[in-house]
Write a protein that binds this ligand. Structure first.
Ligand code: NAX
Length: 323
């Protein structure tokens, strides 16, 4: 039977990458047919029609039906996987609090539409920023769906960190494991190498503490801005790739002896407040994730994890009335 995948903001930069990769089988494999439900705002429907035409023209073996809509109730009908990419960008003169409010409206409406229309086993990945708090809003507006179904994307940050470490350690990124991004998808995120392994062996002695603190951490935190400066546009193909990594690992499982970073509803692990969507190290098995427990957390890590937690608590306070 076909699986239904919803992509919001499907005519945008990330949506344009994501739709083709998913339709070609890169999410669920060559033997799983996909129905694509693409959602846009009304003024972008014509552009979305063009995307649908191009998808048809690929004649992908794995693509069954495509539907386009500006109605979230239609787009989330029977959805098994939802990529919530569409969001309102920060306009000129807009404060962060305005951005939170504008997006809160979008994600509360989409949360309701998911609640009313989607498969009860849906998996939701929020990419649109502020991603963690948008995921919290969508989750709060979908009381009939399991809370664990709502996640936000940290995988781009995770992959960016692996790439920086591979370059520093002169190895391939796949040889590096046990890396964590904690917290918010923002510049307060905390890339943590405290448990890092290279080819299965502890690497703490190989990494200079000053380099980690003054070069590695800020570079990962600010990589988005670095890409914008170079490309004149924000990360799109790498973001789509990370979104597929996130959903694929969640569905098919993470690698043995490794973990990934996912922003998920906090259950109080590591002393992080419940009621926010915070990035933790997780392993996935049987289509479910669980937080890696009992990692050693030093004083610097503890402090860094609290800074990014505070930002999420402040974001939550700004939109509390919508929860
Ligand atoms: P674009 O502006 O290219 O595309 C966004 C699309 O969403 C537009 O086509 C717009 O019409 C549509 N849209 C807006 N409101 C909508 C609504 N209510 N329903 C459906 N569609 C709607 O942005 P793009 O570069 O694709 O980025 C999308 C989002 O991803 C942004 O919020 C961006 O900040 C965020 N990002 C998040 C990342 C992460 O790691 N979590 C990394 C990449 C990216 O910056």
């Amino acid at each position: 039977m076909s699986k239904t995948v919803t992509i919001t903001g499907a005519a945008g930069q990330i949506g344009y990458q994501l739709a083709f990769r998913i339709a070609s089988g890169q999410l669920l494999g060559a033997n799983q047919k996909i129905n694509l439900n693409l959602l846009e705002i009304t003024p972008a429907l014509n552009a979305l029609k063009g995307v649908a035409m191009e998808l048809e023209d690929c004649a992908f073996d794995t693509l069954d039906k495509i539907s386009i809509s500006d109605d979230p109730n239609e787009a989330f009908k029977d959805s098994d996987y939802a990529f919530l990419v569409g969001a309102k960008p920060r306009g000129p003169g807009m404060e962060r609090s305005d951005l939170l409010q504008e997006n809160a409206k979008i994600f509360s409406a989409q949360g309701k539409a998911i609640n009313d229309n989607a498969s009860r086993d849906i998996k939701v990945l929020v990419v649109g920023n502020p991603a963690n708090t948008n995921a919290l809003i969508a989750m709060s507006n979908a009381p009939d769906i399991d809370r664990d179904a709502f996640t936000a994307m940290m995988r781009l940050d995770h992959n960016r960190a692996l790439a920086q470490l591979a370059s520093k350690l002169n190895c391939h990124s796949s040889e590096i494991t046990n890396m964590t991004i904690w917290g918010n998808h923002s510049t307060t995120q905390y890339p943590d190498v405290g448990n890092l392994k290279l080819k299965g062996k502890n690497t703490s002695s190989l990494l200079d503490k000053e380099w980690v603190k003054n070069k590695f951490i800020p570079r990962v935190q600010n990589r988005g801005a670095e890409i914008i400066k170079a490309r004149g546009l924000s990360s799109a193909a790498s973001a789509a790739s990370a979104a597929i990594d996130h959903m694929k690992d969640w569905t098919l499982g993470t690698k043995i002896d490794d973990w990934v970073s996912m922003a998920i509803p906090s259950d109080g692990s590591y002393g992080i407040s419940e009621g926010i969507i915070y990035s933790f190290p997780v392993t996935c098995q049987n289509s479910a994730y669980s937080i890696v427990q009992n990692l050693e957390i030093d004083a610097f890590s503890k402090e860094s994890m609290k800074i990014t937690e505070k930002e999420l608590l402040d974001e939550k306070a700004a939109i509390e009335h919508l929860l």
